[in-house]
Ligand binder design. Structure first.
Ligand code: C2E
Ligand code: MG
Ligand code: MG
Length: 410
């Protein structure tokens, strides 16, 4: 509020929006109280560093803004440097000494806008730019590029509302056995029915959800809905096959994750063995013993684990064998390139051979043509998923698909 009031009156002003890198990790590892304490200490430091006549405010979350009156670009850069110096000293909280990086975004009036709102959005967009280029970086708002980030900022707030407004829903893609085409599983894929953009694919918003922490409520929604749908589909006559749910690394690392899974199972009455979690290799790469322990807890509860997009990361073989996995999903890029490229085919073969040795089930993603399926069958792959068999579909369409392709329960 204060930022806004003061900015409007001053045409020559620099706005620095400040986002402390790694704040979310603080609240995740040390708790909300520690997070609040950190915010307060950061505010103190910003206040102590602010020149006379500057106005200071917290915009939202861990985003602060400073308005420098009469400021120009040079003054803004000087102040950014003063801030980096001020934040070099660690912050003491909950028995920990934290050194937090800063990402600073700078917008200058009148070049980047002449009202508080526009300047704050521009500076916020530049913060994103800075954040993306690494810790302790400052970025100026660049109108052309900034508009992309501005779009992203808009998406952020819209996504927040989408969850409450019921704009998110799930589509389900069939997974079949290669030797007889039998239905062996379903994968739940989230979709966003955006009020003006139409149906938005997860590639356009999962990253935003992860950056903003929205992935947590979004992930809970997906788990709950996927379990409920699995039970409904089986009641409607589909074979009772496992339902796969994509889980992002951020979700999986949280302490509240397993209770969320248990709650989704309980609320739906779905058997744990009929739920599969798809983790990506990046989860394992940060593979600490902690992660292994988590995976074992999941498996002990009877829930299955698959590694998604396999072949794109760097999982160590030793690790894979200790992990207690159920299956590997061969990344669709290899399946797509397999027929033209001997190298891609080699990778597919190697993954299949490895899966056999580790006694894991192996499924190929992105199977678009009959030839892909035939080829994979020859290579000894167990299962397949892709447009050739069926696209991701909503429940009613999926039931139609199962009926018309003779895949309903006898
Ligand atoms: P993924 O888990 O590897 O999902 C497979 C993606 O490939 C899906 O895209 C699917 O529609 C697409 N696909 C399936 N068959 C074919 C095919 O034959 N050809 C081609 N070209 N593509 C095919 P989608 O639905 O856009 O999802 C993209 C990614 O978003 C997913 O990749 C997954 O990583 C992520 N995602 C989707 N839903 C969720 C979710 O609920 N939570 C989280 N954390 N991530 C999700
Ligand atoms: Mg997946
Ligand atoms: Mg995949």
């Amino acid at each position: 509020q204060a930022v806004e009031a003061d900015l409007v009156d001053d045409p020559a002003i620099a706005v620095l929006a400040i986002n402390r890198d790694g704040f979310r990790q603080v609240t995740q590892s040390l708790g909300m109280n520690a997070g609040d304490a950190v915010l307060r200490m950061v505010a103190d430091r910003l206040r102590a560093t602010a020149p006379a006549g500057a106005c200071l405010g917290r915009v939202e979350g861990d985003l602060f803004a400073i308005g420098l009156p009469g400021g120009d670009a040079n003054a803004a850069i000087q102040h950014a440097e003063a801030l980096y110096a001020a934040f070099r000293a660690p912050i003491a909280v909950a028995d920990a000494a934290l050194v937090l990086g800063l990402s600073i975004g700078i917008a200058v009036a009148p070049d980047h806008g002449s009202d508080a709102d526009t300047l704050l959005v521009a500076a916020g967009a530049a913060v994103h730019e800075a954040h993306e280029s690494g810790r302790n970086t400052a970025a100026f708002y660049v109108p052309g590029r900034g508009s992309v980030s501005r779009e992203r900022l808009a998406m952020e707030s819209q996504l927040r509302l989408a969850l409450q407004a019921g704009e998110l829903y799930l589509a389900f893609q069939p997974q079949v056995a290669l030797h007889d085409g039998r239905l062996i599983g379903l994968e739940a894929l989230v979709r966003w029915r955006h009020p003006t953009r139409g149906i938005v694919a997860p590639g356009a918003f999962i990253g935003i959800a992860e950056d903003t922490g929205l992935i947590v409520p979004l992930g809970e929604f997906v788990l709950r809905e996927a379990c409920l749908a699995a039970v409904r589909l089986a009641r409607a006559g589909m074979p009772a096959v496992p339902m796969s749910v994509n889980v992002s690394a951020l979700q999986f690392r949280r302490d509240g994750f397993m209770p969320t899974v248990q709650a989704a199972l309980q609320a739906s009455g779905l058997e744990p063995t009929k739920l599969e979690l798809e983790l990506t290799e990046s989860v394992l790469m940060r593979g600490t013993d902690d992660m292994l322990a988590r995976m074992h807890i999941v498996r002990e509860a009877g829930v299955r684990i698959a590694i998604d997009d396999f072949g794109t990361g760097f999982s160590s073989l030793a690790y894979l064998s200790r992990m207690g996995l159920d299956r590997l999903k061969i990344d669709q890029a290899f399946v797509r390139d397999m027929r033209q490229s001997a190298r891609a085919e080699g990778i597919v073969k190697a993954i299949i051979a490895m899966a056999k040795h580790l006694e894991l089930n192996v499924i190929a993603e992105g199977v678009e043509e009959a030839e892909d399926a035939a080829h994979l069958r020859v290579l000894g792959c167990d299962d397949a998923q892709g447009y050739y068999y069926g696209r991701p579909m909503e429940e009613a369409a999926l039931l139609d698909w199962a009926r018309s392709s003779g895949r309903m329960r006898e």
